[in-house]
Structure formats: C-alpha cells, structure tokens
Design a protein around this ligand. Structure first.
Ligand code: XMP
Ligand code: MG
Length: 178
C-alpha cells in the first residue's frame, strides 16, 4: 500500500482490508456466542459506522436486528451543556439487548452523553462495539465491550471514516502523516 492524499493531507497505510476483515469476523463471532437466543438490536451510528456495521452484521450466526441512527448534538441544559438526539430511532428498546456499533471512540463524549438516553427506555442491556478506540484521547468513562483496534491518537480515514466527507470508500484504514 502506498501513501494517499485526501483533500490537503497525506495519509499512510495503517490497517489493511485483510486486517480489518479478520478482526470484524472475530468480533462477530464473539458477539454471536454472547447473544445466543437474545435477539440483540444493533444500533449503528451513522455515518462512519456503515461499513463496519454491514460487515459485523453479515457475519453474525444468530438472530439479530439492526437499525441505523444519526446522532445530532444540540446546546441544551444538561451538565455537559449538550443534548444528543438520535434521529431514526423508532424501535422500542424496553427489555431489548442493545449493541451500539461505532466506527471510532475518540474522547467518548458522544456516547457518554447518548447512553443515558437509551438507558431511560430500560433496555435489558447496553453494550458497545467499536472498530477503533483512541485510548490516549479518551476523556469520558466510555468502554468498548467489543473493541477492534486500540490506535494512537492520530486522525484516520478509510473503511467508512472520512476526512471532511472524503475517504469513506477506501477499503483500508490510513493514518494522517504528521
Ligand atoms: P467522540 O470524541 O465523541 O468522537 O468519541 C467520536 C466521533 O468523532 C469522529 N472521529 C473521527 N473520524 N477519523 C475520523 O474520520 C478519526 O480519526 C476520528 N476521531 C474521531 C467520529 O465521527 C466519531 O464518531
Ligand atoms: Mg466523521
């Protein structure tokens, strides 16, 4: 793999499509083993997780449902100053086993603010599957129950992740060249 340019930045190869495929299959197998007879409801957080969600979902060997949501942040009156709204969340979550599918957990802010709202509906459980985490960037107590790769605190693109709208279609993951 060679270095690529997206907009004005250069990126270097970081994870190959094969690396990603192996890891995603491993996560799907673990989730399948953990959720036998639980019929989990996956909530894929758009846009970044669309490829990860598709690949996890097609590798499951159990009954499962999936729904796609977009999180929008508004200035609000909570302690953190933000209210996160889920667009597209229509399923009742009461007594469901929820698995959030995220492309990347950076500071953890988004999920930290959103999860209490899910919890409000009294699901049976809530877990997080994240393809990538950046442990050095984490500022909120958010833990990925199913983690693909813990990566350095550098911007990445590819496999659904974008730099200002571009790069999502690249099958591998590239890291910004500093
Ligand atoms: P927080 O800080 O709430 O952020 O955990 C999660 C969201 O930030 C975006 N993000 C990235 N997107 N390359 C990207 O393309 C990155 O390296 C990156 N780091 C964070 C992403 O949208 C994620 O949902
Ligand atoms: Mg993004």
């Amino acid at each position: 793999m060679e270095r690529i340019t997206v907009h004005d930045k250069n990126f270097v190869p970081y994870l190959t499509a094969a690396d990603i495929e192996v890891k995603v299959k491993e996560l799907a197998a673990r989730i399948s083993a953990d959720y036998v007879d639980k019929r989990p409801l996956f909530l894929a957080v758009l846009n970044g997780s669309f490829l990860f969600a598709a690949d996890v979902f097609r590798n499951l060997t159990i009954e499962a449902e999936i729904s796609f949501i977009k999180l929008a942040s508004y200035k609000g009156t909570t302690s953190s100053g933000n209210v996160i709204t889920a667009i597209g969340l229509e399923e009742p979550l009461f007594e469901r086993h929820i698995i959030l599918l995220e492309d990347i957990i950076d500071t953890g802010k988004t999920l930290h603010e959103f999860i209490p709202q899910l919890a409000h509906q009294q699901p049976a459980s809530i877990r997080i599957a994240a393809l990538l985490t950046k442990p050095d960037a984490l500022k909120y107590p958010v833990h990925a129950d199913y983690e693909g790769f813990a990566i350095p605190n550098k911007f990445v693109v590819g496999y659904g992740l974008d730099y200002d709208g571009l790069g999502r279609n690249i099958p591998a993951i590239y890291q910004v060249e500093l």
